[in-house]
Design a protein around this ligand. Structure first.
Ligand code: HEC
Length: 209
């Protein structure tokens, strides 16, 4: 197969995928392209056909600057936390501006997840909030930065994120109202239910614990 054929096959695949994404996918849509379907199946299963070209002639290498925009994970030990700082008092303002509409005045009225919860778990699943269900405080930064506020994720500055975490942890009784969080103090917060979590070393299959 020539390079051109490879590119054309990819385009056909994209069109079929796009059609399927827009309309409920009817398997009959691509029935007329039996050979192409076989190729597409091979590609979607991760196995390129033996005669596939090594390059398709489009795209460009991701620059370090572009990768950096996506490389924003914060790990349990705090690795990845950006510079910045925030107080619980400033976080109250952030909360009232950007979070209260969904999570409510006390953090307990939330649409799904509650932001406040310190009572021990009763019968599983119990009522889970941040105080009794998050093993690390650091990963709040990871989650909030990527996902909240749900109607404008990614819009908070690092200072606002530290601040709103300080406020939420103070609502949970884990920090005092004058607490200041930054890349050093946030990893030092010990979540009370930390020891209720164990590493998940299941290897697959039906094992449950
Ligand atoms: C438009 C509604 C909306 C807004 C505004 C919003 N949230 Fe959320 N938030 C949600 C929903 C819905 C969930 C549950 C998501 C899920 O279950 O996947 C959630 C979940 C969370 C969680 C996870 C709680 C847990 O224990 O799993 C945190 C933390 C959180 N939000 C923080 C915030 C913060 C901080 C703000 C303001 C900066 C904010 N949210 C604003 C809708 C919202």
């Amino acid at each position: 197969m020539s390079r051109f054929d490879g590119a054309r096959l990819t385009c056909v695949t994209f069109v079929v995928v796009a059609v399927c994404a827009v309309a409920a996918c009817d398997p009959g849509v691509s029935a007329g392209n039996a050979e192409g379907d076989g190729q597409a199946d091979a590609v979607s299963s991760g196995q390129l056909p033996a005669n596939a070209p090594s390059l398709f002639g489009f795209g460009s290498p991701a620059s370090a600057a572009r990768v950096a925009l996506w490389d924003i994970d914060v790990r349990p030990d705090g690795e990845g936390l950006p510079s910045g700082t925030g107080t619980a008092a400033a976080g109250k303002q952030v909360y009232e501006m950007y979070c209260i509409a969904c999570h409510g005045p006390t953090g307990n009225e939330g649409p799904n997840d509650r932001l406040v919860g310190m009572e021990p778990w009763g019968d599983w699943p119990g009522t889970r909030g941040i105080g009794n269900y998050w093993p690390y405080a650091t990963t709040l930064f990871d989650y909030i930065r990527k996902a909240m506020p749900q109607n404008a994720p990614g819009s908070l500055t690092a200072d606002q994120t530290y601040a709103v975490i300080a406020y939420i942890l103070s609502l949970n009784g884990l920090l005092s109202a004058d607490a200041v969080l930054d890349a050093t103090t946030l990893p030092a917060v010990e979540m009370p239910m930390r020891d209720r979590f164990v590493p998940d070393d299941r290897v697959g299959g039906p094992s449950i614990r």
